[in-house]
Design a protein around this ligand. Structure first.
Ligand code: ZN
Ligand code: ZN
Length: 255
């Protein structure tokens, strides 16, 4: 498993792109960044996008990806996978023939460039050799974290955006989790804002990790608000029980 970090931040400033994690060149987890990081040839290898939720910073590269493909690669097909509420938001609020074309009808409805596929809580979804399971997390809108296992059972978890939550940690107990990508958006002093908006702070993260039956060796932090990075970095170092590393754009992780 090779994960390329196309974007790792919870907002945008130069050098800090929106969340997108590319597995083995073809499976994308969230789509906040594509076009700024990949040329058209590399984009054409993306077959599936698993969305954690429909917030703009996680979906905004999809319109340009399908726009790049529809006129140049008639054989290209993208499947966007997520919970039914997330797909509904995408269909009704983005690809609604007003904000952006309905690409499920283009270039024609028989072989469209864009398809939606629902994933249900706890039901493994198979792509390539991977088994991918969605678990609801605690965010301001319907949102899912993903457990991704290869044929050997090695697993990574991507929480997406979440505040304090339980089910994903419970579900992790049945897996050999090699790597965790988890969000921390705000510094400790903004805990009220983190809780109100469904996010974590360093100290909230410490409490979340303590819920895991066994804490993975490699823990990577994503979705920092770039303006708070220095403070969050210092506060993460105070989590003495756990060693965590902040992800940057273009990091590569292998399992
Ligand atoms: Zn976000
Ligand atoms: Zn969000």
């Amino acid at each position: 498993m090779k994960i390329r970090v196309l974007g790792a931040s919870g907002s945008e400033t130069p050098g800090h792109r929106s969340p997108a994690f590319l597995l083995d060149d073809s499976i994308l987890f969230d789509a906040g960044t594509v076009g700024e990081a990949m040329d058209a040839q590399a984009q054409s290898l993306i077959t599936h996008i698993f969305l954690t939720h429909a917030h703009l910073d996680h979906i905004k590269a999809i319109p340009f990806l399908v726009d790049n493909m529809v006129s140049t690669r008639p054989e290209y097909q993208l499947t966007v996978v997520s919970g039914i509420e997330v797909l509904h938001d995408l269909r009704c609020n983005i690809f609604n023939d007003r904000i952006w074309p309905d690409f499920t009808l283009l270039p024609n409805s028989d072989t469209p460039v864009l398809r939606y596929q629902e994933i249900k809580d706890g039901e493994p979804f198979r792509v390539l050799d991977y088994s991918i399971t969605a678990t609801p997390v605690n965010h301001a809108v319907p949102a899912y974290g993903y457990l991704v296992s290869n044929a050997l059972g090695d697993t990574f978890i991507y929480t997406g955006d979440t505040g304090p939550t339980d089910s994903i940690w419970k579900r992790s107990a049945g897996h050999r989790v090699k790597l965790l990508i988890v969000e921390v958006s705000f510094p400790n002093e903004l805990e009220h804002l983190a809780l109100a908006s469904g996010h974590l702070t360093p100290s909230l993260l410490g409490r979340e990790l303590a819920k895991m039956a066994s804490v993975p060796e490699r823990i990577f932090i994503t979705h920092l608000k770039p303006v708070h990075r220095k403070t969050i970095e210092a506060q993460l170092r105070e989590l003495s029980r756990f060693t965590v590393k902040i992800l940057d754009d273009e990091n590569e992780l292998t399992i």
